[in-house]
Design a binder for this molecule. Structure first.
Ligand code: FES
Length: 155
């Protein structure tokens, strides 16, 4: 049994193997692993006694889950209407240029994943960028580079 499956089993055991805890189990695995591998979803289906189609339905429905490996750091740019009006497309261009990846992609060194989101509920701060859960309001090119460089050298 692989290390990964053991960890998955530990999480499942924590929730008593209860199928109604599927979302919580998925969230915990996503948070620890940064993505949901196929083997993991199969294991969840067996252990929680939930049809595999239902596991996939949940795993693909919520944006919080990823079926692809994600980078160590998550970068999101809000493209909601208010942020768009306040310059989000230009901010996104600068982030794409800095990271050399497009939205939905992960850098080759697995350091960064870039996504776009639709309104984070703080429109007055727009355009907004979120890096590992930290919000940056109207980041200048200098701030953007500082933040991304600091993340890259983080131990
Ligand atoms: S539109 Fe970006 S926070 Fe609302």
């Amino acid at each position: 049994m692989t290390q990964e499956v053991t960890e998955v089993d530990e999480i499942i055991d924590k929730y008593g193997g209860d199928g109604s805890a599927l979302i919580q189990v998925l969230l915990e695995i996503q948070s620890k692993n940064r993505w949901l591998p196929k083997d993991t979803l199969n294991r969840l289906s067996q252990r929680l006694n939930v049809p595999l189609t239902q596991v996939y339905h949940i795993a693909t429905f919520y944006k919080a889950f990823s079926l692809m490996p994600k980078g160590r750091h998550s970068v999101s740019v809000c493209l909601g209407t208010a942020c768009q009006v306040r310059g989000a497309p230009r901010l996104l261009d600068r982030v794409v240029e800095a990271l050399k990846i497009k939205p939905g992609e992960t850098s080759e060194d697995m350091q960064f994943s870039l996504d776009t989101v639709n309104c984070l509920g703080c429109c007055a701060l727009g355009p907004v960028m979120v890096v590992d859960g930290e919000y940056y309001s109207k980041p200048t090119t200098q701030v953007l580079e500082q933040v991304l460089t600091a993340k890259q050298i983080e131990p």
